[in-house]
Design a protein around this ligand. Structure first.
Ligand SMILES: Nc1ncnc2c1ncn2[C@@H]1O[C@H](COP(=O)(O)OP(=O)(O)OP(=O)(O)O)[C@@H](O)[C@H]1O
Ligand SMILES: [Mg+2]
Length: 380
């Protein structure tokens, strides 16, 4: 059982949206998942349960000293296949005061989890926007932390502080916690946002997820309908991004992990490609579209720009399997020009010998798609 807490003392940075959609994607990959709502606001509960007034007992009942008899398994509700929820409501706000001064109060959650540890592969904990005893209980119980970060003027400073706080708490908790930042609410059309994002990635290196969660109103709408994004809008960027995040999390399970699929979720052209053995090549027709690949193991962000997407790299991020970056694009027969934008540098495809000088300098790679012919077949 892997326990991941979604933590940031800053409010509104997408902790709950991340908790809900990461849990739902992990569940649809076949993993048994428990989402624990540790926020008295109960947003994760509201975001998954349509009629929350039916909920009788909550995580409060499983952690309070008042009702020792309520076990964690008794308050859990199943919200869909493979996905269970330990719900919360405002009662949870009373818990820190009730537990104050009690011996081992910060271990309540990790102790409660012991009895169900064989029931789940993943436990995801949605934390409140504070560093009080609810968050500390989550940190004591988890081995990993995801810190959602909205790129903003303060986030560079904020993320440094957050990591320091977590290091301190992890030391106090007495165990190693792997922390990784996740860029959320990304509005790539603003240069400032791009600059801050690059800065965060440079600063954090592999302590930052490669996946970036773009700003997508559908994510808010889905939560308002008490649905994960895959059920509400499977073609939205929010769906593609959280699917990519789930893949990145699943890739940590074992280097030999087979490509994972998500049950009942249509694949998006912008999603990450989970094929570990993939080799870079010139663009190739794979039936569902044209597969673009680039070997760039040390890059933080690779995007695809061409005349087929208006030469706009934003929103055309490629997905990495740690070594090869890839993206599938649906293209009609025709002649196209493209470049890879590697950490902001516009490069022609090193594996494509067909290049043309670009009006703005340098060379564009050329791709010719002929009717009924796979690309490159006629060009060899
Ligand atoms: N990628 C996104 N695009 C657009 N809106 C988003 C995105 N992610 C989250 N939101 C919206 O931003 C708001 C804050 O998100 P969320 O509730 O997940 O943040 P939070 O960190 O859990 O907040 P709190 O600290 O209050 O618990 C919500 O209205 C949510 O629907
Ligand atoms: Mg929240």
């Amino acid at each position: 059982m892997k326990t991941i807490a979604i933590v940031n003392q800053k409010g509104g940075c997408a902790k709950t949206i991340t908790a809900i959609n990461l849990s739902a994607f992990l569940a649809s990959s076949g993993r048994r998942v428990l989402l624990i709502d540790m926020d008295p606001q109960g947003h994760a509960t509201l975001g998954l349960v349509k009629d929350s007034s039916r909920i009788q007992t909550t995580i409060y009942d499983a952690l309070t000293r008042e009702q020792e008899m309520t076990a964690l398994r008794d308050i859990i509700v199943t919200v869909r296949e493979n996905l269970d929820l330990a719900p919360a409501d405002i009662m949870l706000a009373a818990l820190p005061e009730e537990l104050a001064g009690a011996v081992g109060q910060e271990n309540r959650l990790s102790e409660a989890l012991q009895e169900i540890r064989h029931n789940y592969e993943y436990v995801i904990i949605d934390c409140p926007p504070s560093v009080g005893s609810l968050t500390f209980n989550a940190l004591k119980a988890c081995s990993e932390v995801i810190i959602p970060v909205e790129p903003s003027f303060f986030s560079l400073h904020g993320i440094g502080m957050q990591l320091e706080t977590l290091d301190l708490l992890a030391r106090k908790a007495g165990h190693q916690i792997r922390e990784r930042a996740l860029i959320t609410l990304y509005r790539g059309r603003f240069d400032f946002v791009k600059a801050v994002t690059e800065e965060i990635r440079k600063h954090l290196g592999d302590r930052c997820f490669k996946t970036v969660i773009r700003f997508c109103m559908k994510l808010s709408e889905a939560a308002a309908h008490a649905m994960p994004i895959a059920d509400f809008s499977s073609r939205s960027s929010g769906c593609a991004d959280y699917r990519a995040l789930a893949r990145e999390v699943l890739e940590q399970e074992s280097p030999a992990l087979a490509p994972c699929t998500f049950k009942g979720v249509a694949e998006e052209t912008s999603s990450r490609i989970p094929v570990r053995e993939m080799k870079a090549s010139p663009p190739v027709d794979i039936g569902s579209g044209i597969l673009f690949t680039l070997e760039a193991p040390h890059a933080h962000c690779v995007r695809l720009a061409g005349d087929f997407n208006g030469w706009i790299p934003d929103g055309n991020e490629m997905q990495s399997n740690g070594h090869i970056w890839s993206k599938i694009v649906s293209l009609l027969p025709g002649r196209y020009h493209y470049r890879y934008v590697v950490d902001g540098n516009w490069l022609s495809d090193p594996l494509n010998v067909d290049i043309e000088p670009a009006p703005w300098g340098g060379y564009n790679s050329v791709l010719v798609l002929e009717k009924n012919n796979p690309p490159w077949a006629s060009r060899a």
